[in-house]
Design a protein. Structure first.
Lengths: 360, 196
């Protein structure tokens, strides 16, 4: 019998790709306004040129320069909604609400966007043959292959802010001719009305050079995106990092490392939102993969005690019955069985649980 | 469920054997637990990318399509009557999202905003495919661009995913008789392509 044909038609799926997709899904889930708000957002105005640019950005790179040239100068403008576009190489650009961007250059070898107001978020795939830059006022952000945003505020307190979530960008400002600041992941570059005059010396090529003269702004932590970023200064890994580390270790088949990460999460962040699930997963790993029945009981009991959630609690209680039975601890098994059956008389494990704890 | 307790490494409610059941995750996700959504995503993202790729193999927006599908799934979780059926439900969303994109793309081609390009069969079908499977897959992917959107999706689900007609109907939200008609038209052309 032949295997499933779909096995032979598979995309290349890297962990980095999965992470990128998840980040975007999570971000959109966080940002998604309610249905009612979305109806209100119908007031959004995106010019016809923006729609043209949308098609342009989605066209394959071989579409021809004449088509590109037609769209140079196109203006994208948002009011209460956002506009997201994806380039043919997988790069994506999102124009936040109340923002305006103009396509300065749209050649296949060079893309330049002028941010007139608001905020532009970019996730750009590195391509040697193409230059990608965003200009905001007298600041130019050259993309090396990264995820970043540029935000500009007009008026007397005019300000340009560049936040980098992944990779590196180069920032040059007309106020400091000849100086290139490299801004890396987790770092932010700010230029405001009070920015200092040009520094006399050029910094090392790899140094981050925030333009702001205020020391507090140097490498300021990113706002909401910060939680999803690797910690740049924290000595203790966050609950999220440990949870992700455990997931990575599991994917790599390293149960011991995964268990260790869960243990660390429970030790360092006992009140983290992921703690209960971590306890459950730790119990499962100890039980199924590590042969540590006593350790599994401790973890599963903790999961049950910390309100892991109705569905997980049911699984955890069923597993406790199983692990006590495996240990030959009839009294504990019977208690766990009764606990399960009293809570879930029609549960998915009820039939199996009811037959356990027999005295041999 | 008896097997769950007698063979702990292969718990029944967990298809992958790698964690809580889909039903448990769906219920937690419905309750607003972000980690549960993330767990569902990580469990099915490869399936989602694979299915989307097989329907739209040269689409540069594949990730976008998968993102949209997961987003739609998470936002409509309360409409999923059987939480354990998350995978099939997500597949259905992917299929319909892909269908919308295909229709939009066809329109763009018609308006001259996009060029119609053939699928690079050599790139799409793995060289490790057995000869008979390879012949069939090459014929399918060589034909796809000539089919209507419904015919194309039905053919991929039948010939590549090996789904039964009721499953295809469920994924495409069409009646079984409509699916049969679409498949019949596509299969006739496929047969001619294979015999050529």
């Amino acid at each position: 019998m032949n295997p499933q044909p779909n096995r032979y038609v598979q995309p290349e799926v890297s962990e980095a790709r999965i992470e990128r997709v998840w980040r975007n899904v999570a971000q959109r889930l966080d940002e998604r306004p309610s249905r009612a708000m979305r109806w209100l957002a119908l007031g959004t105005v995106v010019s016809g040129l923006a729609v043209g640019a949308f098609f342009w950005l989605r066209s394959p790179p071989s579409s021809g320069l004449s088509e590109h040239a037609l769209l140079a100068g196109a203006k994208l403008e948002t009011k209460s909604d956002e506009l997201a576009v994806t380039l043919s190489d997988g790069s994506s650009v999102k124009l936040r609400a109340q923002s305006e961007v103009q396509v300065q250059n749209s050649q296949s070898s060079s893309i330049a966007l002028q941010l007139a107001r608001g905020e532009l978020w970019c996730d750009v795939t590195h391509r040697e043959e193409r230059k990608f830059k965003v200009v905001a006022g007298d600041v130019e952000v050259r993309v090396v292959g990264t995820q970043f945003s540029v935000k500009t505020t007009a008026g007397p307190n005019a300000r340009v802010e560049v936040s980098v979530m992944r990779g590196v960008v180069e920032v040059v400002s007309a106020r400091r001719p000849g100086i290139v600041a490299r801004v890396g992941a987790g770092q932010r570059w700010i230029q405001d009305a009070e920015s200092a005059p040009p520094a006399p010396a050029r910094p090392p090529a790899s140094a981050v050079e925030p333009e702001s003269s205020e020391p507090a702004k140097r490498e300021a932590p990113l706002p909401s995106a910060g939680a999803a970023l690797p910690a740049t200064s924290a000595a203790i890994p966050s609950g999220r990092e440990l949870f992700e580390k455990a997931a990575e270790s599991r994917r790599a088949g390293d149960a011991a490392a995964a268990a260790h990460a869960y243990e660390e999460l429970l030790r360092l962040h006992p009140s983290d939102a992921r703690a209960s699930l971590s306890a459950f997963e730790l119990g499962r790993l100890r039980m199924d993969r590590l042969g540590d029945l006593a350790g599994a009981i401790t973890a599963l009991e903790r999961a049950v005690a910390t309100n892991v959630g109705p569905s997980f609690r049911e699984d955890a209680l069923a597993r406790l019955v199983s692990v006590y039975a495996s240990q030959g601890n009839v009294a504990a098994c019977q208690r766990a069985r009764d606990r399960y059956l009293s809570s879930y008389p029609a549960g998915v494990h009820a039939a199996a649980v009811a037959t356990r704890c027999a005295v041999h | 469920m008896k097997e769950l307790l007698s063979h702990p490494p292969q718990p029944q409610p967990t298809k992958s054997g790698a964690g809580p059941s889909d039903a448990a995750l769906v219920l937690a996700a419905r309750a607003g637990e972000e980690w549960a959504r993330e767990a569902l995503f990580r469990r099915y993202v490869r399936m989602a990318l694979g299915l989307a790729y097989r329907i739209l193999p040269r689409d540069a927006d594949l990730d976008d399509l998968v993102q949209d599908s997961f987003l739609a799934a998470f936002q409509r979780l309360d409409r999923l009557s059987n939480p354990q059926a998350f995978q099939a439900w997500l597949s259905s969303i992917i299929v319909r999202t892909a269908g919308k994109r295909l229709r939009r793309r066809k329109l763009q081609v018609r308006l001259g905003l996009l060029r119609s390009e053939p699928i690079d069969v050599e790139q799409v079908v793995s060289r490790s495919a057995p000869p008979d499977v390879s012949v069939e897959l090459r014929a399918v992917y060589g034909l796809l661009e000539q089919l209507s959107v419904d015919e194309r999706i039905a053919l991929v689900l039948r010939r590549v995913e090996r789904l039964e007609i009721p499953e295809i109907a469920e994924r495409m939200k069409l009646s079984t008789s409509t699916v049969k008609r679409r498949l019949s038209a596509a299969e006739a052309r496929l047969q001619r392509a294979i015999e050529r």
